[in-house]
Design a protein around this ligand. Structure first.
Ligand SMILES: [Zn+2]
Ligand SMILES: [Zn+2]
Length: 158
């Protein structure tokens, strides 16, 4: 058994609104998003290779559940919506009253926490930050938004 599966191309706007998870199924991809008015692309902003859409892996008839990519799988550049999310998380971290050194650490940790296998040290710091400092639910949501699913489970318990 060596099933590679079929990877489709997605159409996503700069803000991260997913117009289509399989552009083969839409007759025409519009130039601009009707939710936010930003440009819609089907290719990575950095390397020009396709944005990851539906993946037909386990069964050829139904795609695996779609998860909007944060990074390009070909060149590893963060997509614009992830860049914006990171920048928003930086603002949340900077708006807290913790010492500058701690803020710098938490900002630097974000790249590691976006992976599916974050380090124990950064996860511990993030958990402490969320539980002790980040009591505002909006700020907490913005911060948790940039973390990988795996990290979010470790920190927030699901
Ligand atoms: Zn949009
Ligand atoms: Zn790329």
């Amino acid at each position: 058994m060596n099933s590679i599966g079929t990877l489709k191309t997605a159409a996503i706007c700069v803000s991260g609104h997913v117009l289509s998870t399989d552009v083969d199924k839409v007759a025409h991809v519009p130039d601009f998003c009707d939710t936010c008015g930003h440009q819609i692309r089907t290719a990575c902003w950095s390397c020009g290779r396709p944005l990851v859409g539906d993946f037909y892996g386990t069964t050829p008839f139904a795609p695996d559940p779609y998860k909007r990519p944060a990074f390009c799988r070909y060149c590893s550049a963060p997509h614009p919506w992830h860049v914006a999310a990171i920048s928003a998380a930086h603002t949340v971290i900077d708006s807290t009253g913790i010492p500058q050194a701690e803020k710098a650490l938490l900002r630097a940790d974000l790249a590691d926490l976006a992976t599916e296998a974050p380090h124990v040290a950064s996860t511990t710091r993030a958990k402490d930050f969320v539980e002790r400092v980040l009591t505002d639910p909006v700020g907490r949501q913005i911060y948790l938004n940039v973390l990988s699913e795996a990290t979010r489970k470790l920190i927030a318990g699901g």
